[in-house]
Design a protein around this ligand. Structure first.
Ligand code: NAD
Length: 492
């Protein structure tokens, strides 16, 4: 695979500040999709391990070793945590690439950077947030304060392992909660390192615990746990629905879900910059091998410019051919595992079988022997009722559809169970505002697709989930609102 020295990995859980094997002693192989090699063995966490981690988190919360610190003290420690992530950036990026296949240049430039930035941002924010006093009559004072919910369970997917974890643990920890994180079984390694770096930064033992394992074995006990106050989940809509059921079946814990998407990217004939629109359409669907919840997987191009658009798009495809993700020039790496590879290939076959026209790609390839790679793939002639337009593929597959006018495209774009993200390209301000308003999506881009910042909320309408990550709004998820009435007997 490479001649460079690989990090050594410790696959044991981090519970109460200690590295621990699973109580059952069970492990599973952590396989690299880069070339199929076994990187290490990882603790196969289950109910007993989740119990131990929740107990550690509960004890830490109740004795206020973290929640009781002044916000400014939590701020300093979180900033130190962010600095340590950055200082270990090369190691974390290499680990992420080996574990889930993304190009190492993005693992460093995007994942490490964004995770550290997110943790720093919530650290910096937490000592600048004020509570409220209600405008009540002067016979009483009503204080509206926010308190940490307590023990927060976090379950994340494998596509941006560090970023997805940071979006949840950063606001949850900043306001004083204790956390138990279950990373995806497909990418557990960086989460375990984050727990060690958090301890090194000064987050007390028991406040941030990480238990690796499979969804039904370790994720479900966390979502069902009677002593977990909130479960924050990112993953598929299928499992997200189960998370809400488990929250209801157990202790009615707060459940927040960031789920799938099938985002429409709408290009009108009066698009102000066709080259930029092509670059965004192609670059965004192939970024992270198409394994992004907000990938613009449905491209709606106004019929009159479709041929010109596709000619430019096809010219860009060779630049995205998958290659060894450890090579710093690579822009498209490996899919996360053979299961995902087979899923993507099944969708490509269904596109062909349902009558879409394959314009580019469509094949599994092996730029590195034993790895999981698929060519960047474009289908033309897609109808909104085809499987590849309805279901989230989570791979480098673009479906191209056409439309006649704004009403037609809004109707088609909104014909989806999802509502995560959307884009509209037009130089007509009225059309941009009108279409943006009519689209049922948590985020709408106008004349770009790439802007992203920790200051803005991220999340979906409809079956793309409940709640928002990022921005100050995320504090709402991890705090309870309390009203305290104080009687005032006027002495005057
Ligand atoms: P997934 O739902 O299969 O798994 C996500 C996590 O849930 C993993 O840690 C898994 O182990 C766990 N899990 C699985 N079954 C479980 C169960 N029965 N109980 C508890 N936990 C369980 O999703 P995935 O394949 O890892 O990730 C891809 C999905 O994540 C896509 O649908 C993608 O759109 C979505 N995603 C959404 C966002 C967002 O912010 N909206 C961001 C990234 C990814």
């Amino acid at each position: 695979m490479t001649t460079q020295t690989l990090p050594t990995f410790d696959g044991r859980a981090v519970i109460n500040g200690q590295r621990m094997a699973a109580r059952s002693g069970a492990v599973f192989d952590c396989i690299s999709p880069v070339d199929g090699r076994v990187l290490t063995q990882v603790a196969r966490g289950a109910e007993a391990d989740i119990d131990a981690a929740v107990q550690a988190a509960r004890t830490a919360f109740e004795d206020r070793r973290w929640a009781g610190k002044p916000p400014a003290a939590r701020k300093r420690i979180l900033i130190k945590f962010a600095e340590l992530i950055q200082a270990h950036g090369d190691e974390l990026a290499l680990t992420e690439t080996l574990d889930m296949g993304k190009p190492v240049k993005y693992a460093k430039g995007v994942d490490v950077h964004s995770a550290a930035n997110c943790i720093r941002w919530y650290g910096e924010a937490v000592d600048k947030v004020y509570d409220e006093i209600a405008p009540t009559p002067d016979t009483a004072l009503a204080l509206i304060t926010r308190e940490p919910v307590g023990v927060v369970g976090v379950i994340v997917p494998w596509n941006y392992p560090m970023i997805m974890a940071a979006w949840k643990i950063a606001p949850a920890l900043a306001v004083g909660n204790s956390v138990v994180l279950k990373p995806s079984e497909k990418s557990p390694l960086t989460a375990l390192r984050l727990a060690e770096l958090a301890l090194e930064a000064g987050i007390p033992a028991g406040v941030f615990n990480v238990v690796p394992g499979f969804g039904p074995e370790a994720g479900s006990p966390l979502a069902l746990h009677m002593d977990v106050d909130c479960i924050a989940f990112t993953g598929s809509t299928r499992v997200g629905k189960q998370i809400h059921v488990m929250a209801g079946q157990s202790n009615l814990k707060r459940a927040w879900t960031e789920l799938g998407g099938k985002s429409p990217n709408i290009v009108f004939a009066d698009c102000p910059d066709l080259d930029r629109a092509v670059e965004a359409a192609v670059g965004s669907i192939f970024f992270n091998q198409g394994e992004s919840c907000n990938a613009p997987s449905r491209l709606f191009v106004e019929a009159s410019i479709k041929d010109a658009f596709l000619e430019k798009a096809l010219a860009k495809v060779p630049a995205y051919q998958p290659a060894n993700p450890l090579d710093k020039q690579t822009v498209m790496g490996a899919l996360v595992d053979t299961i995902q590879l087979n899923t993507v290939m099944r969708y490509i076959e269904s596109g062909k079988a349902e009558g879409a026209k394959l314009l580019a790609g469509g094949e599994a390839v092996e730029p590195v022997a034993g790895g999981c790679y698929v060519q960047p793939t474009i289908f033309d002639g897609v109808r909104n009722d085809m499987t590849i337009a309805r279901e989230e593929i989570f791979g480098p597959v673009l479906s191209v559809l056409t439309f006649t006018d704004a009403g037609d495209v809004v109707r088609q774009a909104n014909q989806s169970i999802y509502g995560l993200q959307a884009a509209v390209w037009t130089r007509d301000l009225n059309k941009a505002h009108g279409v943006a308003r009519a689209l049922r999506a948590g985020t709408v881009h106008v004349n770009q697709y790439d802007e992203d910042d920790i200051t803005v909320p991220f999340g979906g309408f409809r079956q793309s989930g409940v709640g928002r990550d990022k921005s100050l709004h995320a504090f709402d998820k991890y705090t309870e609102t309390k009203t305290t009435w104080i009687r005032i007997d006027s002495p005057i």
